[in-house]
Ligand binder design. Sequence first.
Ligand code: AMP
Length: 307
Amino acid sequence: MSLITVGTMAFDAIETPFGKVDRIVGGSATYVAYAASNFVKPVQQISIVGYDFPQEEMEALQARGVQTEGVEVVADKKSFFWSGKYHIDMNTRDTLVTDLNVLEDFNPIVPEAYQGAEFLMLGNLMPKLQLSVIDQLKVRPKLIVMDTMNFWMDIAMDDLKEVLKKVDVLLVNDGEARQLSEEVSLVKAARKILEMGPKFLIIKKGEHGALLFHENHVFFAPALPLEEVFDPTGAGDTFAGGFIGYLAKTKDISFENMKTAIIIGSAMASFCVEKFGPERMKEITKADIDERLSQFVQLVNFDIDLV
Ligand code: AMP
């Protein structure tokens, strides 16, 4: 059961109330791949990097079952660079720099060996490029999940709406759901967004969990209350990777199974925030994941007698 992931592979500079790093590997596709590879192999990566992207980072991904044939390496340009600073609540951040570099003339090519994948994760990337990948697939995947962000809503909203018509699941945070729908109420926002194309909508609310909308149904998954959140960068992408990785593993794309998948996504995201960049994602084992999932079961498990 293969999964194609598309997105950025990057260098990030991150500042949180707890520390600062000037240059750490990141990017939407990096986080998605680290999370999804715990559940499904191969993960077939499509991205682009410059001459400065470390070979050992590529090898670390390959060692986890991530295929990199679809990762273009540009010899004379730098990798995508993003810099962000978190506010004291860690739920909000300012983007300080977005240097597209290699992304500027990226034209993703789906390798022949990737054709036939049943799951497609469109990680955060220019909407036009997300569309190009969908169009190159000879057989439509069973499930297409799309992530995006306010940056693309600001500069490429029309393209973004074109992609929305072709995907099954959209993942956005609460602010982005409001921006996309021009509604303040998240319930109204969800209704409007579901009319734009996707059949399922996930609204992430950082430390306040995530909502899954489908037709008239809504499901809520909490985020694990953590004593320390060190760096939330990549939590959204990690959530997405856990979500689609679990669906690809179980091959079940029903609303019921998506409820479990968003708990899995939340569990994966709870690891991501414990260290800077993808460091924590590189360490965790199946036993760590199982233990954290049982904490989630405890968190939401209760009995009630309705009289
Ligand atoms: P998240 O915290 O889940 O929103 O993801 C943060 C990651 O997204 C960082 O590692 C960045 O390199 C990457 N990123 C930031 N801005 C963009 C963008 N406009 N397009 C694609 N990836 C981005």
